[in-house]
Design a protein around this ligand. Structure first.
Ligand code: NI
Length: 198
């Protein structure tokens, strides 16, 4: 194969791949239902432990809208920013935010113990529940929410970072998926989207 043919083939495959991802996101978004129950393509049952040490499942957050964010406490900037955006959106909504439950779920259960999650809690909106679990429990909930995460170890060091999906989910009171927001979302955009549901 010539270099030129390879470049064309590679370009074509990239277009097909990106198109497929776009179509997937579109299908998920379009499957949102008018009754507010949302779709079941994202989300599902889980068993985790909150920052107070209580064992929790999805049933503990039944009946209210949920904002779900996956990340980890030693994340240098992306997670603190995402959690701040959620916190500011809830501040902006004010008293109405009582019917919205924010959940921060770690994808780094090795370091994010209950104690660490409790310490991290003071930095963001007080209504957050910070959830951790065994590596298996975290793998299960991440899979249910289609969240990718992977340890990236620096050679010759014990320190590591986590690569992870940066996505904020809005879930219906019944547990179904309603909407998702990327890292560029502003507090105002998130607050407006939540207000439209309340
Ligand atoms: Ni992060």
């Amino acid at each position: 194969m010539t270099n030129r043919a390879f470049v064309i083939l590679f370009g074509l495959l990239t277009v097909i791949f990106v198109g497929a991802i776009g179509a997937g996101v579109w299908v998920v978004t379009q499957s949102r239902q008018a009754d507010g129950e949302g779709s079941s393509l994202v989300g599902g049952p889980f068993q985790l432990t909150d920052h107070t040490g209580q064992s929790v499942t999805e049933a503990d957050y039944d009946g209210v809208h949920k904002i779900v964010y996956f990340g980890y406490t030693t994340c240098p900037d992306v997670c603190p920013t995402g959690l701040s955006v959620i916190s500011e959106a809830l501040e902006e909504i004010g008293p109405g935010a009582k019917s919205v439950k924010p959940l921060f779920i770690t994808i780094d259960p090795e370091r994010d113990t209950v104690t660490v999650m409790a310490g991290y809690h003071q930095h963001f909106h007080p209504s957050f529940s910070n959830l951790t679990g065994t590596p298996e429990q975290i793998a299960a909930v991440a899979k249910a929410y289609r969240v990718f995460y992977k340890k990236t170890v620096t050679e010759g060091s014990d320190y590591y970072l986590m690569d992870h999906s940066v996505i904020t989910y809005l879930m219906a009171p019944g547990g179904g998926f309603l909407a998702h927001f990327g890292p560029e979302t502003t507090p105002k955009q998130l607050a407006d989207a939540i207000r439209a549901l309340l």
